[in-house]
Design a protein around this ligand. Structure first.
Ligand SMILES: Cc1cc2nc3c(=O)[nH]c(=O)nc-3n(C[C@H](O)[C@H](O)[C@H](O)COP(=O)(O)OP(=O)(O)OC[C@H]3O[C@@H](n4cnc5c(N)ncnc54)[C@H](O)[C@@H]3O)c2cc1C
Ligand code: FES
Ligand code: FES
Length: 1261
């Protein structure tokens, strides 16, 4: 274990140097990863052990190293993933367990996961599964869908269930590990003296460490400065990046004990203002046993919804309140709950005078040269009823769209004596619903008349502002009022409230999640079909594997950052002025379009796109590397800055000035194009025509179905490192397609392709974003490296990645269906649009249109597939790019028809299937129906909905016939080393987390008849695998496995004559003899479409049960039963991982993720603060995945089927089930309302509330 006693050389660090930067840049510990740099992703989590400033006990906790200033780390023993276990000293049980449970895919999140668990287990030797499951809200994983990660870590809990226990160590073993041999290593290898004076003079500021409030004022009085910052947790900049600017002095107050104490006095609980949120929860829970402080438990529950564990471990009450003080619009949960109970704060000034005030007064109080000392929470007896709510985009780690706190004092007749009703998320100046507060005084609360009066008062009180990207004012107002209703239901005695309304009073509670992974293996084929962890899993969980960002920097390393246009599409760039940026010391150069020696496009006309990649009628669109005049989309790259640090490059990029003259208004959505009749922006790509039209038309159903963008959210953002060598340009791109990068760079630089070496070991998540988009970063980095003849790394920040790179295509669809009374479709006219925007090189409709019809009889269906060209960043391939939407379109139509005809949706589906033509999917439907007990559960759902007005359930069942088609060539080269018989493979696929290397190794070992540990898989390169197609479309693993198989067969053929001449030789003997006989022990095969591997269909079905809280819009995925056709899986753990991960990415798309743009086309959700993907508690509570048994694929490779993308399409079962639940509420709200409503974008909280037709006139007891 490396206990890092940091040597701070003042010249090395600045006040803004973070612990993360220190670890990676100065301590050269690259195991700790990073992505967002704002506390939002968890990749950078490390564990800290130190003495608690008050209790003096040794404590261990997790922190986001990207938020912590290195100067705050005095007396901290920091444990990073590199040190708690590794190849040399042995792996830590947490690292092992995560690997063994298949909890890694791309592995980029794994070090953060491990360290969060490490800190958790070190701090609590009595962990329960519930505690484990609740503690990962700050760790994002886009690949796995969390289930295996949670299962792995729950296996270490004291109450771990028998299914997940087994061979894994329990928590006691973990703490023992801390005393293992690692101590020896750390003491000899890296223990250094921490030498930080109380005052450190840094290059950019001064840093003071103080121990009393007096010392704070001493510094403020004696030192000259213009601006200062008190440093507590330093996490506020995770909320507002520039929160404190660049102050002249920093005062570290984390050891000022008078800001950390707590005591119960006659007046209540006095708690130190800089108590961390974690400690506050602890104090609240303990003091809740004190007379009249029981309500503190509810406050603690609310604080558990603030941020996530590592932020709460260092973020403080005063820090949070200061954010609210400076930025009134901040929906602070701490302010909300404290103001609700009438807490007061004590402020000290430099004359040591203390002033106590309420929080509203504090908000307008001048805090210059003042310190918040403590917070006083009053004693409240049982006559006070408290409730608070926080409604978020996802279950954990999201800010409140609306939060509400209510405190009513009731007498024994339930008459209101006093009322405090506080809201956040309404507008910056709104805190109390004063009219409602006044109205309620003297009223009987459990009375429908009183309630209606209160709702009307709230209606008058609440005026939400309209500021994007916040949700709509209408939604926030409806929600705010319904939260008050929920509160009243929650405190109403049973005899005062109708049984149907009662469940509206509670929030959805989530039990510990479980999962089933049901698959079959065939021992006679092992290691083929064997369920094994990924080859690289331990390297990933220990941080040993290298990503591009980890490649060692050379002494003359440079970093680059795009400069982007800050003007709407169609503006003309009239001037670019980089002079201010170039004046900054350390800034090396600026390049723009005029500096490009070759073509100004990262999608060159001579790209090796295989036949069918772009439909014949479409041309390659030359997508500009740098804007050459007319802006194509807001934030299009305009040029680049090269500097000697990443931070400097980013800062200088912001200094480049550009002038623009306005152009025509941009088109920003498909519907805008359609409304304007801008037909030159609509193009037909593919269509299907009906061969007949039915005549029994009794009903006509019409509708629309629109979806929005989805960001890929790969944890490793777009990145490329380029190193000029004596006779080559060595390029390390984070790409799915090496050949594409090679051709693009050659074309931009006007150099020959054979001058370029491309090497890719692995990519930290891709999901389609790195098929062609990576070339943009690679070409820019190569341009700088080539011009300067120095190594250049270019890595996009999270925001830059969001701004510049396109996302999953938005879509729109209009349909009209004619039906008979049984719901059999007589005709269907469907027009779909996918928005390629300013792209068009990643076309999808031709590839995907088939899935619209594949599960159904469709001879009466007309489908027109069009693409549109808005002025947005290019629509980009994103896991199951076209299929996801196109399949959702037909399944939504089936639901629409069912609802209009009042026939169960499954019956409608079955009525439109042909028993012969659709036989396989019918069989799968039957199997799934039995397996998940669909019919009984459907009856239960109906019963539940009858009995509950404000809770509703839905149960969907969605079939999928996925047409898997092969395209493009891929290579594999297998090499046998004669000395020991070990084997190495290098192939043209890219390990993006999908487990391709594991499958290849399994196939290779199986084909050669050797054990798996004799096979290793090397980096991919354009020398071994030239001219290879991209990794993508789910087909790469199969193609590469096929190529590997054929290469192995070639080797075995060559070796056979030698073997025949020997007497039953061992593998080693045989290999040695082959070498003696000059047999070439290396062979390649390039898969090509003429190989005897045929296309096939995948038949899968998914049933999803949802429960919705109609008063909050929040839903829970109660259970998912996913029957996935994998043929005979080559590697079941890998395939299960693909299925679960894909489904959760789809779940995010359909229920949470919502990029918001302003009316100029500027994306407003370009931070982890406002773009959310599913977290650990958003996954199904009960997630069952089953691979059908004895299910060999007669086509395909080794009887298997592909898994990476198809299961994502089944995630449309989630919004469908939500809609069913909402429909039940909608019917009760307004029997005359249209049953069907269009959903534009995700079925999120806002959509649910608004479409349930919630209206306070319906809110009765
Ligand atoms: C990822 C993330 C998610 C979050 N989610 C939520 C959420 O859901 N709900 C929510 O309410 N909050 C949320 N927060 C905000 C979080 O609670 C605050 O960042 C944290 O509490 C700030 O405390 P700190 O000690 O880190 O403050 P610091 O960053 O150290 O300081 C912030 C400011 O407070 C001032 N200050 C600190 N102590 C004092 C004092 N004693 N007297 C006077 N001034 C002082 C400092 O000068 C500074 O200007 C989130 C934050 C992050 C990073
Ligand atoms: S990099 Fe620190 S939380 Fe994302
Ligand atoms: S494995 Fe978690 S993000 Fe890739």
């Amino acid at each position: 274990m490396y206990l890092i006693y940091i040597l701070v050389k003042h010249t090395n660090v600045t006040a803004t140097t973070t612990l993360l930067q220190y670890l990676r840049r100065y301590a050269h510990l690259k195991g700790t990863k990073y992505m967002c740099l704002e506390g939002g992703c968890g990749a950078c989590i490390v564990s800290v052990t130190t003495k608690h400033p008050i209790t003096k006990r040794t404590v261990t906790f997790a922190v986001n190293s990207c938020l912590v200033s290195i100067l705050s780390c005095e007396d901290w023993h920091i444990h990073t993933v590199d040190g708690i276990g590794n190849r040399k000293i042995g792996y830590h049980p947490i690292q092992k367990v995560l690997a063994d449970f298949n909890g890694t895919q791309c592995g980029f999140c794994s070090p953060g996961m491990v360290m969060n668990m490490y800190a958790l287990s070190e701090s609590n030797s009595d962990l329960t599964m519930k505690q484990v499951e609740n503690s990962f809200g700050g760790n994002m994983c886009r690949c796995t869908g969390y289930r295996p990660i949670l299962t792995a870590f729950k296996s270490l809990a004291k109450d771990a269930t028998t299914e997940i226990l087994g061979k894994y160590p329990d928590i006691e073993d973990l703490s023992e590990c801390g005393k293992r041999d690692c101590q020896k290593i750390c003491s000899s290898a890296c223990r250094k003296q921490f030498t930080l004076d109380l005052c450190s003079k840094l290059a950019d500021a001064k840093w003071f460490k103080v121990f009393s409030i007096n010392e704070i004022f001493d510094v403020l009085r004696k030192i000259s400065y213009n601006t200062y910052q008190l440093v507590a947790g330093n996490t506020a900049r995770g909320v507002y990046r520039d929160f404190n600017g660049n102050p002249d002095i920093y005062i570290d107050i984390t050891n000022v004990t008078s800001l950390l104490n707590d005591e119960v006095t006659a007046g209540g609980l006095v708690i130190g203002a800089n108590k961390t949120l974690t400690d506050t929860i602890d104090v609240f829970r303990r003091k809740a046993t004190v007379d009249r402080l029981a309500y503190l438990n509810k406050l603690a529950d609310h604080i558990e919804l603030v941020a996530h564990v590592p932020v709460r471990n260092i973020g403080t009450l005063a820090g949070n309140l200061t954010i609210k003080h400076k930025r009134n619009e901040f929906p602070s949960d701490i302010f909300l709950i404290l103001e609700t109970v009438g807490a007061r704060v004590t402020i000290v000034n430099s004359r040591k005078e203390e002033e106590e005030m309420d929080l509203l007064h504090y908000l307008t109080f001048n805090m210059e040269m003042k310190v918040m000392k403590n917070i006083i929470l009053p004693k409240l007896d049982d006559s006070f009823k408290y409730g608070s709510y926080k409604i978020m985009q996802r279950t954990q780690n999201a800010y409140a769209m609306v939060n509400a706190g209510i405190l009513l004092k009731l007498d024994c007749n339930h008459t209101v004596q006093s009322a405090r009703i506080v809201y956040g998320g309404i507008n910056p100046s709104f805190h109390h619903a004063t009219k409602a507060e006044q109205y309620l005084i003297g009223k009987q609360i459990f009375d429908d008349g009183t309630l209606q009066g209160a709702f009307q008062a709230l209606d008058e009180d609440i005026h939400p502002d309209n500021v994007l990207p916040d949700p709509s004012p209408k939604f926030r107002k409806t929600l705010a009022i319904s939260l008050f209703y929920k509160f009243v239901l929650s405190i109403a005695p049973n005899d005062k409230v109708s049984p149907r309304n009662k469940s509206g009073g509670s929030l959805l509670s989530r039990p510990i999640s479980t999962g089933v992974q049901d698959f079959q293996t065939n021992e006679s084929l092992y290691p083929l079909t064997q369920a094994i962890p990924k080859l690289e899993a331990l390297g990933q969980t220990s941080g040993e594997v290298e990503y591009i960002t980890d490649l060692p920097d050379s002494h003359d390393q440079l970093y680059a950052c795009f400069v982007t246009t800050k003007a709407p599409a169609n503006s003309l760039v009239t001037n670019i002025d980089p002079s201010e940026a170039l004046k900054q010391p350390g800034v090396v150069s600026f390049y723009s379009a005029k500096d490009i020696p070759g073509l100004n496009t990262f999608f060159p006309p001579n790209a090796n796109v295989p036949l069918g990649f772009i439909p014949p009628q479409m041309q390659i669109v030359p997508e500009e590397l740098f804007c050459s005049g007319v802006v194509k989309y807001y934030f299009q790259p305009l040029g680049m800055i090269v500097a000697n640090t990443q931070e400097l490059a980013e800062m200088a990029a912001d200094m480049v000035k550009a002038e623009y003259s306005p152009g025509e208004n941009p088109f920003l959505s498909i519907r805008q194009i359609l409304a304007a009749g801008a037909n030159d922006r609509i193009h037909e790509e593919a269509s299907l025509e009906a061969s007949r039209k039915g005549e029994d038309i009794k009903h006509v159903v019409k509708g629309t179905f629109d979806t929005t963008w989805q960001y890929h959210y790969h944890m490793e953002t777009q990145i490329c490192a380029v190193v000029p060598k004596e006779d080559s340009l060595d390029i390390y791109p984070g790409t799915q397609w090496m050949d594409f990068v090679q051709v693009a760079v050659a074309s931009v630089l006007k150099i020959s392709e054979n001058y370029i070496n491309i090497i890719v070991k692995r990519v930290g998540g891709a999901y389609g974003a790195k098929i062609t988009r990576c070339a943009q970063t690679a070409c820019a980095a190569a341009l700088a490296a080539h011009k300067l003849q120095k190594p250049v790394k270019m890595q996009m920040s999270f925001s830059m990645n969001m701004d510049v790179v396109g996302k999953r295509f938005p879509s729109a669809a209009d349909y009209e269906v004619g039906l008979n009374d049984k719901g059999e479709i007589q005709y269907l006219n469907h027009t779909l649009y996918l928005d390629y925007a300013t792209g068009g090189n990643e076309s999808m409709i031709s590839h995907s249109i088939g899935i619209f019809v594949s599960s159904y009889m469709h001879d009466t269906w007309n489908v027109a597939g069009n693409y549109t060209q808005t002025d947005n960043h290019a629509g980009t391939m994103t896991r199951a790019p076209g299929n996801t939407k196109i399949m959702a379109m037909i399944e939504t139509i089936m639901e629409h028809v069912a609802m209009e005809l009042n026939i169960p949706p499954l019956e409608i589906r079955l009525a439109n299937m042909d028993p012969n033509q659709n036989k396989p999917i019918l069989q799968s439907i039957n199997e799934c129906r039995q397996w998940c007990d669909y019919d009984n559960r459907l009856r239960n759902v109906e019963e539940f909905n009858k009995n509950n007005r404000w809770r509703k359930k839905g149960l969907s069942l969605v079939p999928m016939t996925y047409l898997l088609r092969y395209i493009g060539s891929l290579n594999s080269r297998v090499v046998i080393y004669a000395g020991d018989g070990t084997v190495a493979v290098s192939h043209g696929g890219i390990e993006i987390g999908q487990g391709i290397n594991t499958k290849v190794a399994q196939v290779c070992a199986y084909a050669l008849g050797i054990s798996l540990d004799m096979v290793s898989v090397k980096a991919s390169s354009n020398f071994v695998s030239p001219n290879n197609f991209t990794t993508g479309a789910s087909i790469t693993s199969e193609k590469v496995c096929y190529a590997t198989l054929r290469a192995c067969e070639t080797l075995l053929e060559r070796m056979k004559p030698v073997k025949d001449r020997m007497d039953n030789p061992s593998w080693k003997e045989l290999v040695k003899e082959c070498q003696n006989q000059y047999i070439e022990l290396a062979a390649s095969h390039m898969y090509n479409p003429y190989d005897p591997v045929q296309t096939y269909d995948i038949y899968s079905v998914c049933a999803t049960e949802i429960e919705v809280d109609i008063l909050t819009g929040i839903h829970q995925v109660v259970r998912v039963d996913l029957l996935e056709d994998t043929g005979n899986s080559m590697s079941p753990f890998v395939d299960i991982g693909q299925v679960e991960g894909a489904f959760i990415m789809g779940l995010g798309f359909w229920t949470i993720e919502k990029p918001v743009f302003d009316n100029e086309g500027r994306i407003l959700t370009d931070r982890t603060w406002n773009y959310k993907i599913p977290g650990a508690l958003d996954i199904p509570i009960d997630f069952r995945v089953k691979f059908p048994k004895n299910n060999p694929n007669p086509n395909g490779v080794l009887h298997s089927k592909a898994t990476a993308e198809p299961p994502l399409c089944l995630s449309c079962s989630v919004p469908i089930a939500i809609r069913q639940a909402v429909a039940s509420a909608r019917k009760e709200a307004d029997a005359n309302a249209l049953k069907w409503y269009p959903i534009n974008g995700p079925s999120d909280v806002e959509n649910t509330i608004l479409n349930s037709l919630n209206d306070y006139t319906q809110y009765t007891l």
